[in-house]
Design a protein around this ligand. Structure first.
Ligand SMILES: *[C@@H]1O[C@H](CO)[C@@H](O)[C@H](O)[C@H]1NC(C)=O
Ligand SMILES: *[C@@H]1O[C@H](CO)[C@@H](O)[C@H](O)[C@H]1NC(C)=O
Ligand SMILES: *[C@@H]1O[C@H](CO)[C@@H](O)[C@H](O)[C@H]1NC(C)=O
Ligand SMILES: *[C@@H]1O[C@H](CO)[C@@H](O)[C@H](O)[C@H]1NC(C)=O
Length: 343
């Protein structure tokens, strides 16, 4: 459990994308004792491909039309060999922390970033059991590093010189080039907007006589969303709210839920408001206390109010179809269940 969290947390903490900028992230995972590692490549939060160092093959994922020239196979081969070598060296260097631990995970994450008003940069981090071990950073022609590892001085200097030169002369230009290429081929996917399906749900707990009121927004993209619960028009204070974590769906969209616990006798009026890039206006949802209905119907009503005329509704349906079709195109797993309310 802890290990699983640590691994995921390592990735999440490692890459924080600035607004207006894009990142290409390579994440490699190696288990001690194995002869190969596996890796994935992500453009912002979209997985664009996988690499298996056993077969030395890079598999592009999703709509790969026009992607023949995005990845240079020579670079993939060289990087693959370097990474395997790096993992095996570290794994040799580190004594097993706990002999009884069933497996030991080494990870390497490298990401480069390019934004409109910024110079590009590249960072590479090595982690052992989810904790960062080494970190190298190249930005604005400057190289910085943080070594958490137990190298002896001569080893450290030798490794640093080699890493520095590789990062500056090989990984940085290669990563920025791939990023630039992917930004072109995946432009549509990157800029897609999928509306959230919002529901306000009340669930009674017969034992405590209390109930949980939840606002759930699901199936949206991109991930930035503001979801607010209101009591009689005032935002419910943060310490009463539970949830609020952004969770990924298998189809690349996201969901978020915020809940508040209320007593059965609570007579306040609760509403939920959502702002998202895909929505022209803020959507507001209210619920009727005694009949916890699924308020998808209200979404349609709200949309009708927002858009007014049939012509605009037609455009909405077209957009929605397009969003739905792109959603399933990029999904390896079956799409999440959605209660569709429009025809
Ligand atoms: C690093 O060195 C310290 C002190 O020499 C030692 O206690 C620690 O176990 C070493 N860490 C690893 C991962 O080998
Ligand atoms: C080693 O790991 C096992 C299982 O994860 C655990 O029960 C044990 O306490 C650990 N030993 C040490 C010395 O940390
Ligand atoms: C795949 O991407 C290309 C552009 O790279 C685009 O023209 C095409 O419509 C896309 N196909 C699908 C099914 O989305
Ligand atoms: C969420 O609210 C913040 C602060 O008001 C705002 O800066 C941001 O643009 C909003 N995000 C969305 C997706 O509406």
């Amino acid at each position: 459990m802890t290990t699983a969290c640590a691994l995921v947390c390592f990735i999440l903490l490692s890459v924080s994308v600035l607004a207006g900028s894009h990142t290409l992230t390579g994440l490699a995972t190696y288990i001690r004792g194995e002869s190969a590692f596996s890796a994935s490549l992500m453009l912002d939060d979209i997985t664009v491909g996988y690499y298996d160092s056993e077969t030395k093959i890079y598999f592009a994922r999703g709509n790969t039309t026009n992607e023949d020239d995005v990845i240079d196979p020579n670079i993939v081969r060289t990087a693959g060999a370097n990474v395997l070598n790096h993992f095996q060296k570290i794994s040799h260097l580190l004594k097993p922390a706990n002999e009884t631990e069933s497996y030991e995970v080494h990870q390497l994450v490298t990401f480069c970033e390019q934004s409109d008003n910024n110079l590009g940069q590249i960072t590479t981090k090595t982690a052992y059991q989810g904790s960062t071990f080494d970190e190298l950073h190249f930005f604005d022609g400057k190289f910085t590093y943080q070594l958490f590892s137990n190298y002896t001085e001569p080893e450290k200097i030798r490794n640093l010189e080699r890493s520095k030169s590789r990062l500056e002369n090989f990984y940085y230009p290669a990563c920025i080039k791939m990023l630039t290429n992917y930004l072109k081929t995946r432009e549509t996917q990157l800029n897609r907007k999928v509306k959230p399906l919002v529901r306000l749900i009340q669930k009674a707990n017969s034992d405590s006589g209390r109930s949980r009121l939840s606002c759930l927004a699901s199936g949206f993209y991109p991930r930035h969303i503001n979801l607010t619960l209101f009591r009689d028009g005032q935002p419910v204070s943060d310490h009463e709210i539970t949830g609020g974590d952004l969770l990924p769906n298998a189809d690349g969209t996201y969901q978020m839920r915020k809940s508040v616990e209320i007593s059965a006798a609570d007579k306040h009026k609760y509403t939920c408001s959502v702002t998202h890039l895909s929505l022209d206006n803020t959507l507001d949802f209210s619920e009727s206390k005694n009949q916890p209905v699924i308020l998808s119907v209200l979404i349609v009503l709200a949309l009708v109010l927002v858009f007014g005329t049939g012509v605009v509704i037609y455009i909405y349906i077209r957009r929605k179809r397009r969003a739905d079709s792109s959603r399933s195109d990029y999904s390896a797993a079956p799409p999440e269940e959605h209660t569709e309310t429009t025809a």
